[in-house]
Design a protein around this ligand. Sequence first.
Ligand SMILES: Nc1nc2c(ncn2[C@@H]2O[C@H](COP(=O)(O)OP(=O)(O)OP(=O)(O)O)[C@@H](O)[C@H]2O)c(=O)[nH]1
Ligand SMILES: [Mg+2]
Length: 303
Amino acid sequence: MAQWYERLTQGLSRTRESLQGQFNVLLRKGPDLDEEFWADLEDTLIMADMGAVAVAEIVDRLRDSAQRKALPDAQSVIDHLVQEIADEMRSGDSDWLAESPLVVLVVGINGAGKTTTIGKLAKASSDEGRSVIIGSGDTFRAAAIEQLRVWATRAHVPVIERERGTDPASVCFETLRSAEQTGADLVLIDTAGRLHTSPDLMAELQKVHRVTRRESKWPVRVLLVMDATTGQNGLVQAREVNRALGLDGIVLTKLDGTAKGGIAVAIARDLAVPLVRIGVGESVEDLRPFDADEFARALIAGE
Ligand SMILES: Nc1nc2c(ncn2[C@@H]2O[C@H](COP(=O)(O)OP(=O)(O)OP(=O)(O)O)[C@@H](O)[C@H]2O)c(=O)[nH]1
Ligand SMILES: [Mg+2]
């Protein structure tokens, strides 16, 4: 088994073990595909946070297949789930982070994993030979600037920072100028996740976005970092940020810290915003591109 796939299955183990426990309960009730089986299957998938819409679609397709006798019993329906979940997530595949040159504005609520994700992306991209520069746009907390500096040092990439309280838009401006002068491939801009109020935060992010787009000669993409453990609440927040900023991609972090990793299915299905990376742990290797087939297999089968 490839080392990355092993980390992915390890990261998703809490969700998978919980699902497999439920499947075993279903199978012990017998092989018949009666109404109770379908209702229990639906409940199980909803409990993993896959979202009502995605679950209804998955179960409908499985019922269809069963009726056509392709799936004669409970075990064969469960065996077929990997395929159906992968199909449900397919629209979520995308890897625009590989484009150069590119400016990425990283947003998300406090603690979601923005700064860590920037550090991991900077390290991975720099290891691939790309020229990376980081902008320290979270000027709200002094510790945020320090934390980003540690990651930048680790990744051997320059970071543009100003003292606490500086207008984040001006940090973005300086980061862009520096990136153009040095001919960087990838510009990663960190933003604050906490302000006095949530409307303050959204207004500040909109301003930062406007200035960055206006000042950048390069394409600007907005990347939302989202904590998988916030489940359906996180999804509601993501919709709100999408309305305010227009998201280009999502990084779903902390999939290793939840039994409700099915939230990735709901995100890929409901938001029409690609999942560009997933985080299944705290080390650099734990941030990986998203692949629908690989993810579905690790979530359900684990082998
Ligand atoms: N287990 C696990 N922890 C993660 C993952 N991604 C980030 N974290 C942890 O989440 C915590 C918060 O991460 P930060 O990067 O500081 O979050 P942030 O969004 O920058 O937070 P603010 O700057 O306060 O808005 C850190 O302890 C990270 O190590 C992940 O995929 N798995
Ligand atoms: Mg941060």
